[in-house]
Write a protein that binds this ligand. Structure first.
Ligand code: SAH
Length: 211
């Protein structure tokens, strides 16, 4: 059963970002409270980003809506790869829109908790990996869509290589002291970039952090 609070949150998001019924339903079905650190569930239904642990953040639901929308998913799209699983909230939303979700996180303790949440919510189509996301996840490539949940200067080449031809990669790109949600469309050897809007994400960090 969807909680009343999730229904309200989905409505509040839809008032600010134009989202289709499928994405709205995802926000109704995934209870953000599950993704909050202990003692912070009170803030779960606000439209703000919130600190989790290990100096990281759970994205604002508005940002999650905008990033998911920027992927321009189709019913025929099969797989999406996320870099920066964090709390797992974005991946959980993606799991209602894509058939298979692959998500990579460099901080082991965050990933352990996200995995527990996916299990509790019975989200069996999310696959997780503990690694530096700049390597992508070769085994299941190529992906229809790739989403960066941490900012970078440009999308790493390895990730563009793991994107299907005709596929879309969305990332917060650091540019002149700002960050801009940018959509990259791969067309054979050509990649076309489209800037969408300003945003704020934590920056991508190299290497992994064990526990
Ligand atoms: N998607 C998350 C938001 C995560 S914040 C949510 O919905 O809550 C960004 C996350 O990216 C952090 O958890 C951070 O540890 C992770 N990250 C940063 N650099 C990374 C890298 N190189 N590889 C994988 N994850 C990375």
């Amino acid at each position: 059963m969807n909680s009343i609070k999730s229904l309200h949150l989905a409505n509040a998001i839809a008032e600010k970002v134009s989202i289709d019924d499928r994405l709205k339903k995802a926000f109704e079905e995934i209870d953000r409270e599950f993704f909050m650190p202990k003692g912070f569930s009170f803030y779960a239904y606000s439209l703000d980003a919130l600190p989790i642990q290990a100096g990281q953040w759970i994205s604002s639901p508005l940002t999650v809506a905008k990033m998911t929308k920027a992927l321009e998913y189709n019913l025929s799209d099969d797989s999406v790869l996320e870099i920066g699983c964090g709390s797992g909230y974005q991946a959980a939303i993606l799991s209602k829109v894509f058939r298979r979700v692959f998500t990579v996180e460099r901080i082991e303790s965050l990933l352990t908790q996200a995995k527990e949440r996916f299990k509790k919510l019975n989200l069996k189509n999310i696959h997780t990996r503990f690694d530096d996301g700049v390597n992508g996840w070769k085994m299941y490539a190529p992906y229809d869509r790739i989403l960066f949940s941490a900012s970078c200067i440009e999308p790493p080449l390895a990730l563009l290589q793991q994107l299907k031809d005709g596929g879309i990669l969305v990332a917060p790109i650091e540019k002149g002291g700002k960050q801009v949600i940018t959509r990259y469309i791969k067309n054979g050897k050509r990649v076309v970039a489209q800037e969408i809007e300003e945003c704020f994400f934590v920056p991508i960090v190299g290497g992994v952090q064990k526990s």
